[in-house]
Design a protein around this ligand. Structure first.
Ligand SMILES: Cc1cc2nc3c(=O)[nH]c(=O)nc-3n(C[C@H](O)[C@H](O)[C@H](O)COP(=O)(O)O)c2cc1C
Length: 171
């Protein structure tokens, strides 16, 4: 598949098959995060890979949706703000770095026939407690990963996305 086809085919998956993800496949997906670019190459990210049923049950408290905890793998992308690069005007680029790493994961996963879903609307305190996250880390994104029960058609991009004309200003 071309890159554009992978990007078009990726969709938010909110239902997963009860099929494990082989470690070799999981490592390929995680490698895509590892090589992501970051501001000043700070690499302020940490990824918690959750496969344990008991911990998933605790994560349910942070994002109470059954489909979420049914995914075979849940990734938690956290930022270490002591490492993230800050611009002179004080802007912290850590969240951007996390988003790039997480997006690499969604696309690498799609390329391998896996589904993912970005989750930002979770309770960070409960997430932290569930995985006993280090004090120096802040959870930014949770992401279920697994084989999808369905995929959305790439056709949706013609109606559910703004047009190029709406988002681009040619000068
Ligand atoms: C930063 C970010 C946070 C998101 N948080 C959530 C979330 O908490 N729950 C959820 O169901 N989807 C979440 N989404 C998924 C979006 O709703 C979804 O990407 C968008 O509607 C476009 O649909 P698609 O991913 O299928 O193309 C999030 C997406 C992004 C990029």
């Amino acid at each position: 598949m071309s890159f554009l086809d992978i990007a078009r085919n990726r969709c938010s998956v909110r239902s997963y098959l009860p099929k494990e993800v082989d470690e070799e496949i999981l490592l390929q997906v995680l490698e895509a995060a590892r090589i992501a670019p970051s501001a000043s190459n700070a690499q302020p990210w940490h990824i918690t890979v959750v496969q344990d049923a008991e911990i998933k049950n605790k994560l349910f408290e942070a994002y109470p949706r059954d489909w979420f905890v049914k995914a075979p793998v849940i990734l938690i992308f956290s930022v270490d703000r002591a490492l993230s690069w800050k611009s002179r005007d004080g802007k912290d680029f850590g969240d951007i770095d996390i988003a790039i790493a997480a997006d690499h994961v969604t696309l690498a996963a799609a390329d391998l026939g896996l589904g993912t879903c970005w989750l930002g609307a979770f309770d960070p305190v409960k997430c932290r407690q569930a995985v006993n996250l280090s004090e120096k880390l802040e959870p930014v994104i949770m992401m279920p990963l697994g084989y999808p029960e369905y995929t959305a058609s790439p056709d949706r991009h013609s109606t559910r996305r703004k047009s190029l004309e709406e988002i681009i200003d040619w000068k």
